[in-house]
Design a binder for this molecule. Structure first.
Ligand code: PMP
Length: 287
């Protein structure tokens, strides 16, 4: 069934959606994106995603042309028109097109950003089979650029990392820089040792996950101990548990790293509990 998507102010069937071949998102990956999950027809953590979007745009000097209220209206309209119960809304904003290819940015007075949004339906996303078994990850070098705090559409290396994992029968890759784990290809990474939740501190080296912020808040409220610091692959292999977080996988247990079982090799109690709390609270707060 054809989706209704949003392109620069218009709701159109996906087959009719068009952007220019000169769009800088296409030619130069000059754009940013957000993924907001939908549970029970409602948006999870919309405000957090809107705030990060504005920050990403500002960091790249792309104009913020849509207010938060307008963005929320468009998200809701797409969820409604496409009958999304569980799934996600993808949003991408690029620097636009001035009808040619040039390394120099187009004049923002005359070239406005391109805004594209679409939905993906993912029935049963809350009870995904992977959340029951946990996922297997490999470690790879982190070869991305230095501003990973900006959520750009430069996803080639993360995509290659995912394929490296698939090739050896695993699910995902944890990226390593100077001996320390930065994050997963599309998620933030955590280990648990002696009841303590350990995850890399925020910096330009990682994306400031919206799910990360929520999970750490819930963990704190549940009196769990949190240590925001870098950790190595060896430390992760020796951990009691591990997990990743993202808007679409929520809290996902990691049970194997580079072929070695983590803890019991099955989803651990802390990750399982955090997943339950996160889903409960997110369902309550969704708008
Ligand atoms: N790190 C990276 C590299 C990501 O791509 C993502 C998800 N897009 C995340 C972390 C998790 O962020 P969030 O919780 O906001 O989905």
């Amino acid at each position: 069934m054809s989706r209704i998507v949003y392109v620069d102010g218009a709701y159109v069937p996906e087959e009719e959606a068009k952007i220019s071949i000169f769009d800088r998102g296409f030619l130069m990956a000059d754009g940013v994106y957000e993924v907001t999950s939908v549970l029970g027809g409602k948006l999870v953590d919309f405000e957090g995603h809107a705030v990060r979007l504005e920050r990403s745009l500002t960091e790249l000097g792309i104009a913020v042309t849509l207010s938060r209220d307008t963005l929320l209206d468009i998200h809701r309209e797409l969820v409604k028109r496409n009958n999304i119960h569980d799934g996600l809304v993808y949003l991408q904003i690029t620097r636009g097109s001035d009808g040619d290819r040039d390394f120099v940015f187009p004049n923002p007075e005359t070239t406005s950003p391109t805004v594209v949004m679409f939905t993906q339906s993912k029935p049963g996303i809350m009870q995904s089979p992977a959340s029951k078994t946990g996922i297997k990850v490999i470690s790879i070098d982190d070869l991305r650029w230095g501003r990973r705090d900006i959520k750009t559409v430069q996803l080639l290396y993360p995509s290659m990392g995912k394929m490296m994992a698939k090739k050896v029968g695993c699910d995902d890759a944890w990226m390593v820089q100077d001996g320390f784990v930065t994050e997963g290809t599309s998620n933030n990474a955590y280990i648990i040792k002696d009841g303590k939740i350990i995850t890399r501190e925020l910096s330009n080296d990682i994306l400031h996950g919206i799910t990360r912020a929520a999970v750490l808040r819930f963990a704190q409220e549940a009196q769990m101990e949190i240590e925001e610091r870098s950790f190595t692959i060896d430390e992760a292999k020796d951990a009691d548990e591990a997990f990743v977080t993202s808007a679409t996988t929520f809290v996902m247990p990691v049970v194997e790293l580079d072929g070695a079982a983590i803890g019991s090799g099955t989803p651990g109690p802390v990750a399982t509990r955090l997943r339950e709390i996160y889903l409960d609270e997110s369902l309550k707060a969704a708008i």
